[in-house]
Design a protein around this ligand. Structure first.
Ligand SMILES: [Fe+2]
Ligand SMILES: [Fe+2]
Length: 360
C-alpha cells in the first residue's frame, strides 16, 4: 500500500507500514512554488555578507567575551565604605541602570528588527552581540548594587533622610526611563536603520568616553575592571555603528538627515543624565532633584568610584560630541546646537519622549 501527500510525490510505505527505497520525483509540469512568505518576516534563511568589516567586528565580539561573575566582587566589601559612600555608589549605579537596564531590551528589539527587514547577516549578529554585552553591563550594575546595598536600588529599606532622598531620586529617574519605550518601539518601523545608528553613535561615543575616564580615576580594583571591560565593549559598539553608517549614509534622504540632527540633540538631552547633569528638557524631575543628586554623586566620588567633576564631565561631553560632529558633518548632516555646552549648530526646538532613542 502506498500513501501520497497530495502532490503525488509522497514517501512510499510497504504493507507493514515501513519505508520503501527513496526515489527522486520530478513532476512532469515542474516543481510547485510554495506560497509567497508575507513580509516583514523574521526568517531570512540565508546569511548574506556584504560588509566583511562588520563580520570581523562580530568575530571580535566573540573573542572579547567576558563574564561579570569572574570579576573580583568579593573585594567590594561594604565595611570599607562609610554609609554615605555606599549609598552614593549605589545611587550612581542606579542612575547607570536607568540606561543599562534598558540596553538588553532596546538592542534585542533592534536585533529582531534587523531580522524582520532581512538585514545582512553581520548586522544581525552585531546587534545580537551588543544585546549580549548590554546584559553583562546590566549585571555589573546589579552586582555592585547588591554588594553595597542589598535590596537596592528600590527596596534597600531607606531609613535616613539621605537614603530617602536617594530613593526618591531613583524613583523619579525610573519614571523617566519608562517614558520612551513605546516611542522607540514605534520608531523602528518608521525610519531606516541608519537613523537609529546615529542615535546609537552618540550613546556609544559617550559611553566609551565615560567608562574610559572612570577606569583611569577610580581607586577600587573591581570598579576599574568593570569600567575597562565595559569601555572595551562600548568602543566596539561605536566601531559597529560607524561601519553601519559608512555603508548607509550616501543614500540618506534630506528628511532623514534632518531627523538625525534632531536625534543627536535628543541623545544629548537623554544621556546628559548619566554623563553630566540633565538639561531642562524631556526630564520630568522635582525641583529638589538636582541638589540631592549632586550631594549623592559627591558621596560616590568620596567612595573612590572615579566620577569626574562637573567641569571634567562637561569637557568629556564636548570631546565626545566633537568626535560625532566631525563624522556626521563629513556626511553632510548638520549638527544641532548644544547651548548647554556653548556649541553652535541648528536649533531643533523642543525634545519630547517621542524623540528619545535610549542607548548606551
Ligand atoms: Fe553600548
Ligand atoms: Fe552598555
Amino acid at each position: 500500500m502506498s500513501q501520497s501527500n497530495g502532490h503525488g510525490n509522497g514517501a512510499v510505505t510497504d504493507a507493514k507500514g515501513g519505508r520503501g527505497p527513496a526515489r527522486l520525483v520530478i513532476p512532469a509540469d515542474g516543481f510547485l512554488a510554495p506560497p509567497p512568505i508575507s513580509q516583514p518576516n523574521i526568517f531570512p534563511l540565508e546569511w548574506p555578507v556584504h560588509n566583511e568589516e562588520l563580520a570581523a567586528l562580530y568575530e571580535k565580539a566573540k573573542q572579547q567575551a567576558w563574564n561579570p561573575s569572574d570579576l573580583p566582587w568579593d573585594q567590594l566589601r561594604p565595611e570599607d565604605f562609610t554609609p554615605e559612600e555606599r549609598l552614593g555608589i549605589m545611587y550612581w549605579y542606579a542612575v547607570l541602570a536607568v540606561f543599562d537596564g534598558s540596553g538588553p531590551a532596546v538592542f534585542a528589539r533592534a536585533m529582531i528588527h534587523t531580522y524582520e527587514i532581512h538585514a545582512e547577516d553581520p548586522i544581525r549578529k552585531c546587534f545580537f552581540a551588543v544585546a549580549r554585552d548590554e546584559v553583562n553591563h546590566e549585571e555589573c550594575c546589579q552586582r555592585a548594587i547588591q554588594r553595597l546595598m542589598p535590596g537596592g536600588p528600590l527596596h534597600f529599606g531607606a531609613a535616613t533622610d539621605l537614603e530617602r532622598a536617594a530613593l526618591n531620586n531613583i524613583e523619579w529617574l525610573y519614571h523617566n526611563g519608562g517614558r520612551y519605550w513605546r516611542g522607540y518601539s514605534a520608531s523602528l518601523d518608521k525610519y531606516p536603520l541608519s537613523v537609529l545608528f546615529t542615535s546609537f553613535l552618540l550613546g556609544e561615543v559617550a559611553a566609551s568616553t565615560l567608562f574610559y575616564g572612570m577606569a583611569q580615576r577610580t581607586n577600587r580594583a573591581v570598579f576599574k575592571e568593570v569600567f575597562k571591560k565595559v569601555g572595551q565593549d562600548e568602543s566596539r559598539h561605536l566601531a559597529t555603528c560607524l561601519k553601519m553608517l559608512e555603508r548607509d549614509w550616501p543614500g540618506l534622504a534630506q528628511e532623514h538627515k534632518d531627523l538625525i540632527t534632531r536625534q543627536l540633540r535628543a541623545g544629548f538631552v537623554f544621556l546628559s543624565m548619566i554623563l553630566w547633569e540633565p538639561p531642562n528638557l524631556f526630564w520630568e524631575l522635582p525641583p529638589y532633584f538636582i541638589d540631592n543628586h549632586r550631594l549623592l554623586i559627591d558621596c560616590a566620588r568620596q567612595g573612590g568610584l572615579g566620577v569626574l567633576s562637573f567641569d571634567e564631565q562637561a569637557d568629556n561631553w564636548r570631546y565626545a560630541i566633537a568626535k560625532v560632529k566631525k563624522v556626521v558633518e563629513d556626511w553632510g548632516i548638520k549638527f544641532p546646537a548644544i547651548p548647554e555646552l556653548d556649541l553652535d549648530g541648528v536649533d531643533v526646538g523642543n525634545i519630547t519622549a517621542a524623540d528619545i532613542i535610549p542607548v548606551f
